[in-house]
Write a protein that binds this ligand. Structure first.
Ligand code: SAM
Length: 220
């Protein structure tokens, strides 16, 4: 099953997809292989971003002219594939994840799409991997889609590593609609971060009602 936004009826979701650039064979196969993982109970069915978000991120990467990007939370590689496809041929994407198993699937699809040479994968805790990077402006684009209670720390660690005007995207910032009445640690972390970011002078901030909520930060 393809991930869907709770904000759209199934009919409107299908309409949104029909009116966006259609997925090619590589994306179709990656979505199907990931859905099969979820059906076997080997991964959460909500991990992968929705196709309309993937297309948006590919268009945004290209429109920004991003050359160096970083992703925190790669899973089977769909969001990374979209970013990598939006980069120029000599661009680079650094992917951070803990799972060798899931990212091995990702690597197969990046190679098949012809963008494997743009993507470097670092396995391990992303907080440590990020802290180990030089604290200097490096990335034009960042996408955060890993441990929700770690988002505030990722935002802080990314700030000095983003170029001026660099954009950070944070996934799941509507937390399935629970931000109005957060009950779990993950939900509370997202709800508190949303309020803090709206008043954070380091960034221009907008929470887009795309998919499960996508917050876009521009480094001031
Ligand atoms: C929601 S999934 C990412 C989905 C992916 N962006 C996509 O669209 O297919 C979250 C991923 O974050 C990884 N993850 C969670 N906590 C992490 C951590 N502390 N360090 C590195 N990776 C982490 C998990 O292994 C998982 O692959």
């Amino acid at each position: 099953m393809t991930p869907r936004s709770f904000l759209l009826t199934p009919e409107l979701g299908d309409y949104v997809r029909r009116c966006s650039e259609p997925p090619d064979d590589v994306v179709r196969d990656l979505l199907a292989e990931t859905a099969a993982l979820a059906e076997r109970g080997e991964a959460s069915p909500t991990f992968q971003i929705a196709p309309e978000q993937g297309t948006f991120m590919q268009v945004l990467t290209r429109a920004l002219g991003a050359r160096r990007a970083i992703e925190i939370g790669t899973f089977t590689g769909y969001s990374a594939l979209c970013i990598a496809r939006g980069l120029p041929a000599d661009g680079s994407l650094l992917c951070l994840d803990v799972s060798a198993e899931w990212t091995a699937i990702a690597r197969r699809y990046w190679d098949r799409a012809g963008v494997g040479d743009r993507v470097e994968l670092r396995l391990g805790d992303a907080h440590e991997s990020l802290r180990a990077l030089p604290a200097e402006p490096t990335f034009d684009l960042a996408f955060v889609d890993a441990d929700k209670t770690g988002y505030a720390a990722y935002v802080d660690a990314l700030h000095p590593r983003m170029t001026e005007n660099g954009v950070v995207l944070l996934d799941n910032t509507l937390a399935d609609g629970t931000v109005l009445d957060p009950r779990t640690d993950n939900q509370r972390a997202i709800a508190e971060l949303n309020v803090a970011l709206a008043a954070d002078p380091r960034w221009d901030t907008v929470l887009l009602p795309l998919s499960d909520g996508l917050t876009m930060l521009r480094r001031r």
